[in-house]
Write a protein that binds this ligand. Structure first.
Ligand code: ACO
Length: 401
């Protein structure tokens, strides 16, 4: 029997890197991460500055168009996005095929994929104009899709977009507003949610972005590629971690129980992990978690709430960061650790958390997809494998086995 691993090592032609821990799959000018220093830059701009000073629409423009917009360019871009916020009316019928208690991510995978059946005029990926229209459509329609998934799950009528509102304000109204009643957007909540969207906009070649690129590398249409990204994001080791983190904080319930959960996370015989902790790339504090923690306080103050899970989260972080297990393995809070606390205070049920992540990450997905398709050297993504099955053998008819 030939040891294929040895053979591959000798030829030097293949690298075996399960989980892609040290393999770059592409070149990209979008996002830079220095995981040891806890640095995240979008087209050179630090995430902290973008989160504090810009808006989600500005960041979307930056990721798609390489540079920050002038005020005229921003106004034009916002206007374009606004014009695309409506969903084709027949898509409302499509929603009715889902069970009422379907997870919003299941609905979003289905509806995002179904867009390719409605917007044929933006599926020719060889035409840069069509690619940009599809990108604008996806960015614009995602809040409508997510809000409708929520409305469907609570049995309320869908609300049409109100294009007088901001991107984020409109999403809040479509989610929490009720027909025939005025919905007043709370500016602190609007700003906080917009900031959360900025923090989730892109994060280089994470699992869902790599999925979008791989799907797109075959020439698949952008709506199908984004549906693939949503499906991947749903997993608890990726976007699903924000939902899992809040569930964990509720399960811990009070600070006295934290040591019990830290002990479980360290126990190799227990599959439990501290959700919202650890990251493939960050071996330092995730800079997004810093902004997120600050935003919790702002939202609590504006809404006059004081959820005890925040105290549990703060104390859990403090204890874990003093524990040799977490120090040695360089496990710090990631973006998902505090985001659930904020989203829950705003009123989103936990099942919507990953849907909000998908909404924001759509910007990164479409920007990465455009970058890939525009590359003249672009090839279909086709990883190799190390075969570990049986060597060649002869077929035995079924009666003789
Ligand atoms: N709690 C306890 N131990 C942990 C945790 C955790 N949250 N995360 C990692 N470890 C331990 C592992 O058991 C492993 O220990 P070992 O070396 O003794 O076997 C070591 O740290 C390295 O962990 P890996 O799983 O090998 O690291 P990887 O880079 O593959 O995983 C991941 C990163 C998936 C994020 C992991 O840290 C994790 O599962 N965290 C919890 C889920 C989570 O918060 N995910 C959100 C990620 S951010 C995002 O997607 C937006």
């Amino acid at each position: 029997v030939v040891d294929i691993r040895k053979l591959y090592a000798q030829t030097g032609k293949f690298t075996y890197d399960p989980g892609f821990t040290s393999t770059a799959s592409c070149e990209s000018g979008l996002t830079y991460i220095d995981g040891d220093e806890g640095v995240l830059l979008h087209r050179g701009y630090p995430i902290g500055q973008l989160a504090e000073q810009s808006s989600f629409m500005e960041v979307a423009y930056l990721l798609l168009n390489h540079e920050l917009p002038s005020s005229d360019e921003l106004a034009k871009f916002e206007n374009t996005i606004t014009r695309h916020t409506m969903l084709h009316e027949q898509l409302a019928t499509f929603y009715r095929g889902f069970r009422r208690d379907a997870h919003p991510m299941a609905v979003m995978c289905g509806v995002a994929g179904a867009l390719s059946a409605f917007y044929h005029d933006s599926t020719d990926i060889t035409d840069p104009k069509q690619r940009m229209i599809a990108s604008h459509r996806l960015i614009a329609k995602m809040p409508t899709i997510a809000a409708m998934a929520y409305k469907y799950s609570v049995g309320q009528p869908f609300l049409y977009p109100d294009n007088k509102l901001s991107y984020t304000g409109n999403f809040l109204r479509m989610t929490f507003g009720v027909p025939a009643e005025e919905y007043e957007v709370n500016p602190v909540v609007e700003k906080a949610l917009d900031r959360i969207f900025i923090l989730h906009a892109d994060h280089e070649q994470n699992a869902s972005t790599s999925t979008v690129r791989l799907a797109g590398s075959s020439g698949a249409n952008p709506f199908a590629c984004i549906a693939a990204g949503i499906a991947c994001l749903w997993g608890p080791a990726h976007g699903g971690a924000n939902e899992a983190a809040l569930n964990m904080l509720h399960e811990i319930g009070r600070p006295e129980r934290i040591p019990e959960f830290i002990a479980r996370a360290k126990d190799k015989n227990d599959p439990f992990r501290l959700m919202g902790f650890g990251h493939r790339v960050y071996k330092n504090y995730d800079p997004r978690a810093t902004v997120m923690q600050k935003t919790v306080r702002e939202v609590f103050e504006a809404l006059k709430v004081n959820d005890p899970v925040f105290e549990v989260a703060l104390q859990l972080e403090e204890m874990a960061l003093k524990d040799p297990y977490f120090v040695e393995k360089k496990l710090f809070p990631n973006v998902d650790f505090y985001s659930g606390v904020i989203l829950s205070a705003i009123g989103f049920p936990t099942t919507m958390f990953t849907a909000l992540f998908a909404l924001a990450r759509t910007v990164g997905w479409v920007a990465q997809w455009n970058e890939m398709i525009s590359d003249p050297e672009q090839k279909i993504g086709r990883p190799r494998q190390l075969y570990t099955g049986p060597t060649q053998r002869d077929y035995v008819p079924v009666g003789q086995r």
